[in-house]
Design a binder for this molecule. Structure first.
Ligand SMILES: [Zn+2]
Length: 193
């Protein structure tokens, strides 16, 4: 069932626009909508036409518009298998802080928090896996693979004095990877490897 409650984002040309063309190469429309270049340069913006600012905006991580607590709730609500009680650890914490920072940046640039795209944008069966991997959707299989290697190494029980928690974590990393691989390895954008 598709939700119809999604509110359209209020886009309006920015009065502070410098009157130049859209920053997208080849686009000749006026760049009337601002978008942050990065969160480390808060006062620097891209200027896009409406279509391109929308496209740019759509690239924001699905979770980036949510507060950390909301992300947690979302992940838990979408769990198809019981979420273990292991803490996400420093990496997870950092990722959530990053997401909160991105949301702040977005609010600064657009005057509003980004609206999460409709849920069907992210395959439902991958939401949990993406959360565990700390990756945004869409994602290339090569990125997933690299992340998997990193996580598998970090959480391997042998590297953690045979810790039961690590073993549990690795199990979930493996499940997440299997889900992502099943989806991405057959997708057209999957890189040859
Ligand atoms: Zn444009």
């Amino acid at each position: 069932m598709i939700s119809t409650s999604r509110k359209p984002r209020a886009f309006a040309p920015d009065p502070a626009a410098p009157g130049l063309q859209c920053d997208t190469p080849g686009c000749e429309h006026a760049g009337e909508y601002r978008a942050p270049k990065s969160r480390t340069s808060l006062r620097e913006f891209h200027w896009f036409c409406l279509d391109h600012v929308r496209a740019y905006n759509a690239g924001w991580d699905y979770y980036r518009g949510m507060a950390p607590e909301e992300i947690e709730v979302e992940i838990r609500a979408d769990s198809s298998w019981q979420r273990p009680t292991w803490p996400l650890g420093q990496q997870g914490k950092q990722a959530r802080l990053d997401e909160a920072a991105e949301a702040e940046l977005h609010a600064f640039a657009f005057g509003t928090r980004p609206k999460a795209p409709p849920k069907q944008d992210i395959p439902a069966e991958l939401r949990e896996a993406l959360g565990i991997f700390g990756l945004a959707w869409p994602v290339a299989f090569a990125t997933v693979k690299a992340k998997y290697k990193e996580l598998a190494k970090r959480h391997h029980p042998d590297a953690n004095n045979g810790s039961k928690q690590s073993e549990e974590m690795l199990k979930h990393v493996n499940l997440a990877y299997a889900a992502l691989r099943a989806k991405l390895a057959t997708a057209p954008q999957a890189p040859a490897d």
